[in-house]
Ligand binder design. Structure first.
Ligand code: FPP
Length: 249
């Protein structure tokens, strides 16, 4: 199935379909609180969060958004209790095992930002397979941030440039922003236009540090598992009301 573009979206206010953000970053926060409030284990919140992501990506595709980057596991999340880390790894594996139905059938391309070398060989293989079988997806790109940290990404980019310089392949004076950006995990993706963080927190938490330079931000108190298409629409309407000057006047 290929998602049909919607000329309008439900709920109050009308989206300007000529000004849809190309790339939206989402910090999927509040899964744990969502679960605790219902007397459920935190892992149940993550499972529901993964279902919410699927629904929201489908909605974004229907609007013509090109990329959704979703923060699924940060470089700092290893410090969570082992059973929670294990539950997220299992959830990821199960999610990817169903990739044919989940991504290929609706023409979604799956990519990853982050250092997945720390994951188990089994999970890495599932990630590689999913990236491979979805590489021609044209409807939308779901870029999952996995073992991702903005600082780690910048350090990895700097390390690879330093190696090139040390081996004489790069003149330090020729290094500029475009060359640096080309070594980031998001090198092939459009600029991030909008970053969304639900659940009441208002910080970046090491997400897309470089890419956020000129992104617009939208926060809400809703926990991620309760996030709906209408909330996404509100975020895009807010984005469309902003005057993006990129440092100009
Ligand atoms: C933050 O909520 C969420 C995470 C650290 C993990 C997000 C992971 C998923 C949605 C599932 C994995 C994704 C896929 C696509 C399989 P939190 O646990 O910090 O919530 P809290 O602030 O309420 O405790």
């Amino acid at each position: 199935m290929i998602f049909k573009r919607r000329s309008f979206a439900r709920g109050a206010g009308r989206l300007d379909m000529s000004n849809i953000p190309k790339h939206i970053g989402i910090i999927m926060d509040g899964n744990g609180r969502w679960a605790s409030r219902r007397g459920l284990p935190r892992s149940a919140g993550h499972r529901r969060g993964a279902q919410t992501l699927e629904k929201i990506v489908e909605y974004c595709a229907s609007l013509g958004v090109e990329v959704v980057t979703a923060y699924a596991f940060s470089t700092e999340n290893w410090s969570r209790p082992k059973d929670e880390v294990d539950a997220i790894m299992k959830l990821l594996y199960d999610y990817l095992s169903d990739a044919e139905r989940r991504f290929r059938d609706n023409n979604t391309r799956f990519t990853v930002s982050g250092d997945v070398s720390k994951f188990s060989p089994k999970l890495r293989t599932a990630i590689e397979n999913t990236v491979d079988i979805t590489k021609d997806g044209k409807s939308i790109t779901l870029n999952l941030a996995l073992n991702y940290g903005g600082r780690d990404e910048i350090v990895r980019a700097a390390r690879s440039l330093a190696q090139d310089a040390a081996q004489g392949r790069l003149a330090p004076d020729s290094l500029d922003e475009n060359m640096f950006a080309s070594r980031l995990d998001t090198a092939s993706l459009p600029e991030v236009d909008l970053i969304i963080r639900p659940s009441g927190e208002q910080r970046l938490s090491n997400f897309l540090l470089w890419q956020a330079a000129y992104a617009e931000f939208w926060y809400s108190d809703i926990c991620w598992p309760d996030f709906t298409e209408n909330d996404m629409k509100s975020a895009i309407l807010a984005y469309q009301s902003r005057n993006r000057r990129f440092g100009g006047v």
